[in-house]
Write a protein that binds this ligand. Structure first.
Ligand code: CUA
Length: 347
């Protein structure tokens, strides 16, 4: 009976563990499924360190088991005391030198990777993007392109894109697990830099990785990786986006007016100087509303009416407009689609 219980417990533990760990391999959001240069570098380091740990574990357990069996107390030897020894120069040297070698095997590629990942842009032709974090969203300004956008970051596949990062308020951390490592964004003049180099097209999940307030866990963003040709197209479409363009439907036209009277003091459309709130130039192409909700009219309305209920602690004021007006503004925002290149292009 006892043996059966033990086996059941072990099975239960293994089962629950594999269930929990199976969540770690989700596409486009896992450091365990790298699809970018930085993420692959980090993944290889993880595998190397795990391999070393497994090697050490196996050797130690083998010696332990051998000693346990070989030197166990035998029948009739209860009063026998083995020969007592003290100090062994050879052993001391061996178990000092082996860890040093293992640490070197770990340290050399790690330090090399640290320098590799710190590479900065040296060519004017590189794509350079200023990233600004704020509670609880992300702003992306494409240097020299006069493009500003928020929440969805478009980059071309296979090209190194250099990011200069800072924060508008508290410390946040920029992390797209499948493409690269993470880096803090600091308030003030203390800018950090990193680069993204995606090896596959797709829409990747980014997440703030530094506790930054009540909605820290909702500070999601996306990185949209498209082909270099599509990226060129997107850049040109975004540059040509006309913030004054008249919407097609009557409702959206009314929405535009309400938007201009109530929202433009914080938000920007087109590449005007950065607002206090997210740039909404290509809002209609966004994968999510506020980084977390499906982009439906109801969700947008709900967000406009009471943003703090959805993302506590964010600075957008509630009830600037009534419910009907919010619906019209949503209608207007949803038709802001300046480019043919959208997250759907990223396949
Ligand atoms: Cu921003 Cu956590």
């Amino acid at each position: 009976m006892k043996g059966w219980m033990g086996k059941f417990r072990a099975l239960f533990l293994l089962g629950s563990l594999s269930l929990i760990l199976s969540g770690c391999g989700v596409d486009k959001v896992s450091a365990l499924k790298p699809e970018g240069y930085g993420a692959e570098l980090l993944y290889d380091l993880m595998i190397l360190s795990i391999a070393i740990m497994i090697f050490v574990f196996i050797v130690v357990m083998a010696i332990y088991t051998f000693v346990l069996i070989r030197y166990r107390q035998k029948k009739g030897q209860e009063d026998y005391i083995p020969k007592q020894t003290e100090g062994n120069k050879m052993l001391e040297i061996i178990w000092t030198v082996i860890p040093i070698i293992l640490l070197l095997v770990l340290a050399v590629p790690t330090v090399t990777a640290v320098f590799d990942l710190a590479e900065e842009s040296s060519d004017e032709a590189d794509i350079r993007i200023d990233v600004t974090s704020a509670q609880f969203w992300w702003q992306f300004d494409y240097a020299g392109e006069e493009i500003s956008t928020s929440q969805d970051l478009y980059i071309p596949k296979g090209e190194r894109v250099y990011l200069t990062m800072k924060s508008a308020d508290v410390i946040h951390s920029f992390w797209v697990p499948s493409i690269a490592g993470k880096i803090d964004t600091n308030p003030g003049d203390n800018e950090n830099t990193m680069y993204l180099e995606a090896t596959e097209e797709g829409v990747y999940w980014g997440q703030c990785a530094e506790l930054c307030g009540p909605s820290h866990s909702l500070m999601d963003f996306r990185v949209v990786v498209v082909s270099p040709e599509e990226y060129e197209q997107w850049v040109s479409d975004m540059q040509n986006a006309d913030p004054e363009a008249e919407p097609e439907t009557q409702v959206a036209q009314e929405g535009k007016e309400i938007f201009e009277n109530n929202c433009l003091s914080c938000h920007a459309i087109g590449s005007q100087p950065k607002g206090v709130g997210p740039n909404l130039t290509n809002f209609g192409d966004r994968t999510k509303v506020a980084g977390i909700m499906e982009p439906t009219k109801d969700n947008i309305k709900q967000w406009i009416l009471n943003p703090n209920e959805i993302k506590p602690g964010n600075t957008m004021p509630a009830n600037l407009v009534d419910e009907e007006e919010a619906g019209k503004v949503a209608e207007y925002l949803m038709q802001l689609k300046p480019s043919e290149v959208t997250p759907e292009s990223a396949q």
